[in-house]
Design a protein around this ligand. Sequence first.
Ligand code: AMP
Length: 208
Amino acid sequence: MRIILVGPPASGKGTQAKVLCEKFAIPQISTGDMLREAKAKGTKLGKEAAEYMSAGKLVPDSVVIGLIDERLKQDDTKGGFLLDGFPRTVPQADALGKLMADKDIALDAVVQIDVARELLVERAVLRRTDKRTGQIYHLKYNPPPPEAELEHRADDREETVNKRLDQYESMTAALLPYYEGKGLLRRVNGVGKPAEITQRILAVLGKG
Ligand code: AMP
């Protein structure tokens, strides 16, 4: 299974990515995580990327394409993978298409988790993560157990969420029609319980 998972901030993308990767035994490839790791290690690439990331800008296409190129050479991607946060631009999507064609592999689907903007703001503002386990909770819909050590992501505050949603909308404006044109786009209603949404995703992947 080779899929791209697309969804706005607080759409439940992180939760679904985990479940899908476990189910299909495939790695989750997140350029955001890879860049944060490079930044933490203080590599040359990490330092360059950090400037863009802290300014809330996209890292240059050549940088992230290079990262994905290297990552797809690793053995654990042979049985498939789930891309998260990549591609974000049409040139990245084109480069991914070329990389995959060279390996004689193809995407199965681009799954978009669809949630109305008003709901996303409420979700993000009430979202909390347990520092110890990484488990994500929602103060209203999925309350954490008393022993959880809760953390509110700095970028989940309302004004930042609105900015991130604007960015998401301008990013997907070109990317989703690109994949729709290739017949790969599958839209999934992202409102409901996490397990219901997983079922919807599996159904559009023909694995329901
Ligand atoms: P994320 O965790 O996916 O939200 O990514 C965090 C930051 O890393 C983004 O705001 C960008 O600065 C950078 N980044 C991650 N993935 C990409 C990508 N595919 N293209 C460009 N920049 C990216």
